[in-house]
Design a protein around this ligand. Sequence first.
Ligand code: ADP
Ligand code: MG
Length: 320
Amino acid sequence: MAEFDLIELIRMRCARARADVRLGIGDDAALLAVPGGQALAVCTDTLVCGVHFPKDTAPYDIGWKALAVNLSDLAAMGATPAWATLALTLPDADAGWVAAFADGFAALAGECKLALAGGDTTRGPLTITVTAHGFVPEHLALRRTGAQPGDAVLVTGTLGDAAAGLALRQGALRPGRGEEQLIARLDRPVPRIAQGLLLRGRAHACIDVSDGLLADLGHICNASAVGAEIDLAMLPASPALLGLVADDARVPLQLGGGDDYELCFTAAPALATGLLNDLARSGCAATRIGRIVAEPGVRVRDVDGAFIASPRAGWEHFSS
Ligand code: ADP
Ligand code: MG
């Protein structure tokens, strides 16, 4: 199939009318109208086959995930998604593959009323780069800076599921009840867009958990020049994870496992309870997992309240 036919195939499957797309796929560049009073939030993420997703991942899931990881970044800024561009590098012009990929992309784009406004199509090792655009009033954007000593640290959803899904895919974890849910967390992450919007004006700092809780909370701490203490006993775990992974193996997945795409954020303790109620009503409950402190670094308390000597030593083993 020729490049033009592939682009047409993608355009047909991802077609969505948005009044602010003045000119979409088909010209040299898209013309997009940013609404007055809003800042444009822009992010790009690349997925490389065999690096960011297992080689045997279904094309539909790759399409979904390529958009989802970007929408997770917009969610973490408190932005509303609007448009995306798609740079697709394909080893061959396989129409069936591209159709399934576009369907996965379009399914999530449709849920978010996002329009695919352009892109590029090239031949090479399978690599997908999506740039997503969203809107947020500048003063309400959720940044990594702004966490303050005394803040509560919270996280949406559950942690460690996607890492367990990857371990299942790689044969490193024995299959059992709940395995489909864990693998689905890996292949079809759900960006926490509605939750990001609820955090506007209330969270002091926010990040999406893509590289693991310790690493990503560490980014908030560095950017905000503070530290954090996490209580191991508070980390939210899904029933599937609890059922399939024993305690010792679960902790490294929850602290260091990537790909969960939950939001980790900090807020004044007085606000935390109201936020927790609103988030629970939004369909994705959050959990308070610790606090921001003045001393730099992220420390983890075990169930007895004692600090774990080297929490990273436990999970780096899993992160190869
Ligand atoms: P140019 O040579 O001017 O870059 P292209 O042939 O690459 O033009 O693209 C033609 C049109 O198709 C452009 O509007 C471009 O944005 C769009 N396009 C190309 N590849 C993709 C893709 N993978 N997804 C969405 N739109 C694409
Ligand atoms: Mg081009």
